[in-house]
Write a protein that binds this ligand. Structure first.
Ligand SMILES: C[S@@+](CC[C@H](N)C(=O)[O-])C[C@H]1O[C@@H](n2cnc3c(N)ncnc32)[C@H](O)[C@@H]1O
Length: 250
């Protein structure tokens, strides 16, 4: 998958992209991230990318011309590439949105700065707007990295043997259960015996139950939309009964 990112600060992104799983994914040609400096697309001797807003008010606004020029140059006529503006006003990023984007062969991400971008960019250039949460960052770079990271780990081959994205929190509609590693006993806290039993089917059932339990405790609303089997529902009924019993015993 190819992801182009237009930003005023490419060097902010290159460090993160140059390490660990994202670096290996690029080295293995599973992911191709290209950084483009918005300033390179600004005309004139001073390469001005931002101006004060019409009508007054504080801050600066990213001008439309460099953004339109950057997108045209990066796309070079390629059709059907989503042009995504990172903005706190966009649709909320989530695991399903990451999966939707991971199904694309290309993405173009635009990072805003200052007060944001000229409204004509939003109206006539971008095809999608994404927010990574209900808070305001100083720029779209961190948001772009969040999107690239969450999308990249869904691409076939990127996680390799290091982890299975299918069982991660939110991938199944549930939170994932606990993980343990060596030592088997740390201080007075042992690893659950079942994980050391070597019985694959029992371990799988235990993990599923732990995921259900954790979701039920922390994010019960996710259970309303998670795909559940009859066995899952039976286990959730046991949890509810346990809680009712504990409340009665108080
Ligand atoms: C200070 S923000 C501009 C906020 C804008 N004035 C508003 O109220 O909607 C500067 C840039 O940071 C990025 N940004 C800030 N918060 C974000 C969020 N929650 N998700 C995605 N991008 C965000 C956007 O690219 C935005 O253009």
């Amino acid at each position: 998958m190819r992801i182009d990112i237009v930003t005023l600060f490419p060097e902010m992104l290159s460090g993160y992209l140059g390490h660990s799983i994202l670096q290996r994914a690029q080295a293995a040609d599973l992911l191709d991230v290209r950084l483009h400096n918005l300033r390179d697309y600004a005309a004139g001797k001073h390469h001005v990318t931002d101006e004060p807003p019409f009508g007054g008010g504080g801050g600066m606004v990213l001008k439309p011309e460099p953004l339109f020029a950057a997108v045209a140059a990066v796309l070079a006529g390629a059709a059907d590439v989503p042009v995504v503006l990172l903005t706190p006003q966009g649709r909320l990023f989530s695991q399903p949105v990451a999966a939707e984007l991971a199904a694309q062969s290309r993405l173009l991400l635009l990072c805003g700065r200052y007060e944001g971008v000229d409204e004509r960019v939003r109206q006539y250039l971008v095809t999608d707007e994404i927010s990574i949460g209900d808070y305001v960052l100083t720029g779209g770079e961190l948001a772009a990295l969040v999107v690239v990271d969450a999308v990249a780990r869904l691409l076939p081959g990127v996680l390799g043997a290091e982890g299975a994205a299918e069982t991660d929190s939110h991938a199944t509609g549930l939170l994932e259960g606990p993980h343990y590693t060596r030592p088997g006993q740390f201080r007075t806290w042992p690893v659950p015996e079942i994980l050391r039993s070597g019985h694959a089917a029992n371990i799988a059932r235990w993990r599923r139950q732990q995921a259900l339990r954790r979701t039920w405790q922390r994010r019960p609303e996710l259970l309303l939309t998670a795909p559940l089997t009859d066995e899952d529902r039976y286990y959730l009924a046991i949890l509810a009964e346990e809680r009712a019993g504990a409340l009665r015993g108080r």
